[in-house]
Design a binder for this molecule. Structure first.
Ligand code: ADP
Length: 187
């Protein structure tokens, strides 16, 4: 029996975690990549950091322990979705290496693909972009505990991809991540 020609492709799911400083470009790349993947027939879910915090981690603050709990919760949800064929894009700072490794290990234990992308925009550029005025508010003393300003960010040592957005257009950055997914058989 032959397959119908218009049978939709069934893609394998996976998690793509975009880690980096505030205003590095994580959300912008995730949104562009989502559009591109959906056009190719993928089921895609973007887990926006602010939205998911409000939904799953409203009681948590920004201590190391609370950030770790938040990242692990997001990783858990992402793993569940990815195991069911969804490409999950996670534009979430995730400043601590240990939490990111826990998420990677959890995906490995589930046999679910996991791709770590370091959106490595330098802090000076991020502070200049300041999409949510967080750097300005931190500098004015209105908030504290801002990753990259007065809170730590442990840059990934060996991410699957490192992007320097200051030298690239959004389209080029999206293409770079898409190419890694293609290499991994995820697009
Ligand atoms: P984050 O989600 O990391 O906090 P955003 O994606 O909300 O950051 O904001 C990043 C800003 O940087 C956007 O205004 C975006 O247009 C800009 N930008 C400039 N060049 C790039 C690029 N190559 N990739 C991603 N974002 C870029």
């Amino acid at each position: 029996m032959t397959e119908p020609k218009d049978k939709p492709a069934v893609w394998q799911g996976g998690t793509v975690w975009l880690t980096g400083l505030p205003s590095a470009g994580k959300t912008t790349i995730a949104v562009g990549l989502a559009e591109r993947l959906r056009a190719g027939g993928h089921r895609v879910q973007v887990l926006d950091g602010d939205e998911i915090r409000a939904a799953l981690s409203a009681e948590l603050g920004f201590s190391k322990e609370d950030r770790d709990t938040n990242v692990r919760r997001i990783g858990y949800v992402s793993g569940l979705l990815a195991a069911h064929g969804v490409t999950v894009l996670v534009p979430v700072i995730a400043p601590y290496a240990m939490s990111r490794e826990a998420v990677r290990d959890q995906h490995a234990a589930q046999g679910v693909p996991y791709v770590e992308v370091h959106v490595a925009t330098p802090v000076e550029i991020c502070a200049d972009r300041d999409v949510k005025s967080l750097y300005a508010r931190q500098a004015a003393g209105e908030i504290s505990g801002l990753t990259g300003a007065d809170d730590p960010y442990e840059a990934p040592v060996a991410p699957d991809l490192r992007i320097h957005t200051q030298d690239r257009t959004v389209e080029e950055s999206v293409r770079q991540v898409h190419a890694v997914l293609t290499e991994r058989g995820l697009s």
